[in-house]
Design a protein around this ligand. Structure first.
Ligand code: NDP
Ligand code: AKG
Length: 477
């Protein structure tokens, strides 16, 4: 089998490789992908550092053209790349093609941003002097991404990094090197100069750690677990560099008595179970007021009965497999914890077999949960959701905010008053009314509060906050 190699200083390198296995079918080897070493990582960082002066001064038309060409190729190959994504991560094919399309839209957006770079000229407090306020790139950006969005998250970190004139060392999650390799190959062929974008696939404890230990990164942008996020933060403080963290969620979805039941059920099922519940924006706490509670649980249970769990590539599958054995164990451990805490298992809870050997788990719904239970406080990251019964809107809001996390929050209601109050008083970075808590737009800010995020927002024009540094220059002509 061919080895998909790392890209370091413009050359494809690496002979040590590991298998990329499909979670839908553990007999399906997606490909052999290079495993970089700490030494490879250092070489990649040195190459990115050497490429920085020229790239940071490159013309906006060059950056625009490369990002646009990348967007166009990703879009033209969305079916093929979607299939690769579905195979390696387990997202169902329509969701996977949707994610690839989103990656293309992100590159397209930042191709446009390259042409819209601006600064300000303001009068000085001292007459005769002008003040220019400009944004400059940070330098070499370390990009560390998770497995759950194998192409969209790399896209929303790589595209702005390059757009604003930074060079990059990119380390994707070991579970999903396929999409990472494809996106880097496309950017490389689109004409990026040597060393501007380096790909080092390999393990977090080796490649990721070597990035954390480097003194030559101007910034690290990370998405993943809270534990690794803290390591990124501590190492970045030690090395005086900027960092941006996107971590977990325990996102609430409030359902009020006056909600449209169908809207509420569709939003809750999507939030909790689509993408196998493996989204940091997934809602695993359904906070439901008394008057609609029993009708909502009955309708949710009917909805879950109608969902097919199977191979991600099979037509008609609604929920693909869990990403790997370790995540499956985490999910089933939490199901046992939920039972032992006294929550009632209303649906699912079983690992199931399908025609192909994969990590299949039924969508699982607990009722009679309280917000103090571990299943309501800790991120499970699987298709496991609890219903918490509350008296009224005020209690619902208090429970929704009673969490260490603050990424996304939803409410299903026909009351303008409650929707407006919730938008203002939810302690989350993103609020959805009558919509799923997950599945965000590509051109507006993304990020949370409390333990979910650290640093400025990702995506849209707000991405400039992280990927640039402001310079204030005074001139006496
Ligand atoms: N917020 C989110 O979107 C996500 C949250 N999670 C949460 O995290 C849990 C565990 O998932 P997991 O994949 O292990 O998350 P991690 O935080 O371990 O992985 C995220 C990224 O960090 C890398 N990494 C791991 N260790 C280090 C290190 N010491 N230094 C630098 N980089 C490192 C990983 O590499 P590698 O994978 O190659 O080891 C991966 O690229 C999930 O169950 C879920 O709760 C997970 C994914 C996304
Ligand atoms: O919900 C989304 O669209 C994005 C979710 C995400 O970024 C994540 O799960 O890491």
């Amino acid at each position: 089998m061919t080895i998909y190699q790392n890209l370091i200083a413009g050359e494809w390198v690496g002979t040590d490789a590991s298998e990329n296995i499909s979670p839908s079918d553990t007999k399906d080897v997606v490909g052999l992908y290079a495993r970089g070493s700490a030494e490879d990582t250092k070489t990649a960082i040195a190459a990115a550092k050497a490429a920085f002066p020229a790239w940071s001064r490159s013309g906006i038309l060059e950056r625009h053209a490369i990002l646009k060409k990348t967007a166009d190729e990703i879009l033209a190959r969305k079916e093929e790349l979607g299939k690769l994504l579905a195979r390696e991560e387990g997202k169902i094919l329509p969701e996977a093609i949707g994610e690839v399309t989103r990656a293309a839209q992100i590159f397209d957006f930042f191709a446009g941003e390259a042409l819209r770079l601006t600064g300000e000229i303001v009068p000085s407090a001292r007459p005769g002097i002008t003040v220019e306020i400009t944004r400059e790139p940070l330098g070499v950006i370390g990009i560390i991404t998770p497995w759950n969005f194998p192409i969209a998250i790399p896209a929303w970190k790589i595209a702005p990094a390059l757009c604003y004139g930074n060079t990059v060392v990119f380390k994707p999650a070991e579970l999903v090197p396929g999409c990472a390799w494809a996106i880097v190959d496309i950017l490389h062929r689109a004409g990026l100069p040597k060393g501007v974008l380096n790909l080092v696939m390999g393990s977090g404890s080796v490649v990721g750690q070597a990035m954390l230990d480097s003194r030559d990164l101007g910034g690290i942008t990370f998405t993943g677990s809270t534990g690794t996020g803290k390591r990124v933060a501590l190492a970045s403080i030690e090395h005086n560099r900027k960092f941006q963290l996107e971590m977990g969620g325990k996102n609430p979805m409030v359902v009020l008595d006056d909600a449209d039941l169908n809207v509420a059920v569709e939003a809750a099922a999507n939030s909790g179970f689509f993408s196998t519940g493996q989204r940091c924006t997934a809602s695993s706490r359904l906070i439901v007021t008394e008057g609609i509670h029993d009708r909502f649980v009955a309708a949710m249970t009917d909805k879950l009965k109608s969902l097919t769990v199977d191979n991600a590539l099979k037509a008609g599958t609604h929920i693909g497999p869990v990403v790997d054995e370790r995540q499956l164990k985490q999910d089933t451990d939490y199901i046992e914890i939920g039972k032992s805490e006294g929550a009632k298992l209303a649906f699912g809870g079983e690992v199931v077999s399908r025609d192909t050997p994969g990590f299949y788990l039924q969508p699982t719904l607990f009722t009679e949960a309280t917000n103090q239970m571990r299943i309501s406080q800790e991120e499970i990251f699987g298709p496991v959701v609890s219903v918490i019964r509350v008296k009224d809107y005020d209690e619902a809001l208090a429970v929704a905010n009673d969490t260490p996390f603050g990424l996304s929050a939803g409410i299903a209601t026909t009351s303008l008053k409650h929707a407006t109050h919730f938008k203002r008083n939810s302690e989350a970075g993103m609020v959805m009314v009558n919509l799923p808590t997950a599945g965000v737009d590509f051109h507006v800010p993304f990020g949370g509060r409390k333990a979910s995020s650290f640093g400025s927002r990702e995506q849209g024009k707000y991405a400039a906050e992280f990927f640039t540094v402001v310079k204030t220059a005074y001139t006496l002509p």
